[in-house]
Write a protein that binds this ligand. Structure first.
Ligand SMILES: NC(=O)c1ccc[n+]([C@@H]2O[C@H](COP(=O)([O-])OP(=O)(O)OC[C@H]3O[C@@H](n4cnc5c(N)ncnc54)[C@H](O)[C@@H]3O)[C@@H](O)[C@H]2O)c1
Ligand SMILES: CC(=O)N[C@@H]1[C@@H](OP(=O)(O)OP(=O)(O)OC[C@H]2O[C@@H](n3ccc(=O)[nH]c3=O)[C@H](O)[C@@H]2O)O[C@H](CO)[C@@H](O)[C@@H]1O
Length: 462
């Protein structure tokens, strides 16, 4: 098959497409390709996942459009499989396997396995596209691996890097409307990839070299992480000075050139917690050691511990260091089911390590990181001395605060709003001692000397 033939196959939708990895990215991508007219094999090593998909069940429950597309195309254009032999004879293979940070390093084993499989299964003259996030210069290593399989990249097989940037919670819309970057070393690989993505992408598609694409992908997430760290730093300043970060943020964001992000109890998710470090580590290996990115990451990682310290100080003052803490929300952000690197995990670990009884509720996912999970919000809140909101689920914004206060323990009960979603006046009128990220003034008021905020702040490892 020459590039012209593959081009025609893509244009008339007769190209056989396989997607390796059917998780947050691979599944919606496969379904959009099916929706644009291709027959798609969705391959994954997780046989339970494949069984679920084959029965029309997705783990991405909050992505309604993914579920609708699965039910629409399952068995007609979309074929989930855990049999690698089904990949043989593919004209196009897209790789969307994890490239996580494990024990302080970049884990590329799954990617290498997938590239080996793709090299052995792709038709001669076919296209391999990598969507998984790559540390800089990894694309070159992948080309070497493909070469080892006896294929000459740019001649026997075409290869590109198309980093994914869709946002969980609105994956289908962002897969369609985001602009895309394609990194490729030869014009045919770039052109074929552009035609492929043009089948469902409505945003602009930009072609560049692979290294630029690798760096750009990581810079986007590092940019966001650093900016959230800045917001978190301002929150900590406001806490120390006895001010309210919500008011400060509202004012500064009226400046035409300031856009401060939202501070919070922590930055989680599979991307912002590793991509900035990939950028930092690889540049350190190449002669420049970034400081800003590393410090931002450390500051963001310290946030759940900072608030565990706060709850601990409160409970020492109230109950001599014993008590019940209710944590509301375990997902890394609101209205998604993903708990990877969730700040709630670090908060819960730390509170349990200090001997507190932790009760957990989440309306979307039944996970509690070793603490006790309660299906009902009311049961989780019962007898609590402190309640911490760790995820900004829509449902939490409309909680009946009076009822919650009735159910919670004896006075005073701390309500720590880690996501700035509760109205301070309403919470106080309901009888809570309400504090939020970036505003600890209520605690100052009730405790004066007994509870020294400076002590809390100095405990935070930075
Ligand atoms: N989740 C996001 O929001 C997001 C956004 C942009 C980019 N990314 C990047 O996309 C990539 C995939 O992330 P994800 O969130 O979809 O991961 P995921 O864990 O949700 O899904 C990956 C899937 O790949 C499967 N897998 C692992 N090794 C395999 C192999 N050798 N062969 C076949 N299947 C294999 C796993 O079983 C899993 O189901 C990562 O590089 C990630 O950094 C993720
Ligand atoms: C550059 C960018 O936009 N990248 C996105 C990002 O997706 P994400 O879902 O991980 O990103 P966020 O929504 O930012 O959430 C992360 C954590 O930060 C907390 N947060 C957020 C905003 C804020 O103002 N204050 C906060 O504290 C929030 O609670 C949560 O814990 O990476 C994906 C993978 O690469 C990309 O595909 C996707 O485009």
């Amino acid at each position: 098959m020459n590039p012209h033939e593959l081009r025609n196959k893509i244009v008339n939708r007769s190209a056989r497409i396989s997607v390796i990895g059917q998780g947050y990215i691979g599944l919606p991508l496969s379904l959009l390709l099916a929706d644009s007219g291709f027959n798609v094999i969705g391959y994954d090593v997780d046989s339970k996942l494949i069984e679920e998909l084959s029965n029309g069940i997705t783990r991405l429950g909050s992505e309604k459009k993914v579920r609708d597309l699965l039910l629409k195309h399952l068995g007609s254009r979309y074929f989930p499989s855990n049999d690698w032999r089904r990949l043989k004879g593919s004209d196009v293979i897209i790789i969307a396997v994890p490239t996580p940070r494990v024990n302080g390093t970049m884990e590329l084993g799954m990617l290498m396995e997938a590239i080996g499989l793709a090299s052995s299964a792709i038709n001669r003259g076919g296209l391999i596209v990598v969507e998984s996030t790559l540390p800089p210069k990894t694309f070159d290593t992948l080309l070497i691996e493909i070469g080892k399989a006896g294929l000459r990249p740019g001649e026997d097989v075409f290869v590109s890097y198309c980093p994914e940037r869709a946002m969980p919670g609105k994956l289908i819309d962002e897969l369609i409307f985001n602009y895309r970057v394609i990194g490729a070393k030869d014009p045919a690989s770039a052109e074929l990839s552009k035609i492929l993505y043009g089948c469902f992408v409505k945003g602009e598609i930009e072609i560049t070299d692979p290294l630029t694409a690798e760096i750009a992908k990581l810079v986007e997430n590092a940019y966001r992480d650093v900016n959230i760290a800045f917001a978190n730093e301002v929150a900590r300043i406001c806490e120390a000075l006895g001010s309210d970060v919500r008011k400060v943020r509202e004012l500064v964001n009226r400046h035409p050139r300031v856009n401060m992000l939202l501070p919070g109890i922590g930055v989680g998710g599979s991307c912002l917690t590793k991509d900035p470090l990939f950028l930092s580590w690889v540049s350190s290996e190449n002669g420049y050691s970034p400081e800003l990115i590393n410090i931002a990451r450390e500051l963001n990682e310290s946030m759940p511990i900072h608030y565990a310290n706060l709850v601990d100080d409160f409970l020492r003052w109230k109950n001599s260091g014993s008590g019940i803490v209710c944590v509301l929300g375990v997902t890394y952000k609101g209205d998604v089911e993903d708990t990877r690197e969730s700040p709630a995990k670090y908060l819960i670990d730390e509170l349990m390590r200090r001997g507190y009884r932790v009760k957990v509720h989440d309306p979307i996912v039944k996970e509690s990181f070793g603490a006790r999970f309660y299906d009902k919000l009311e049961e989780a809140v019962e007898d609590a001395d402190a309640i911490v909101i760790a995820s900004d689920h829509s449902g939490f914004k409309e909680m009946d605060l009076k009822r919650m206060r009735e159910l919670a323990g004896r006075d005073p009960v701390l309500l720590l709003d880690g996501r700035l979603i509760i109205d301070k006046e309403k919470a106080e009128a309901s009888g809570f001692v309400y504090v939020s990220v970036g505003n600890l003034s209520s605690l100052r008021r009730i405790k004066d000397e007994a509870f020294t905020l400076s002590e809390t702040i100095s405990k935070v490892p930075l």
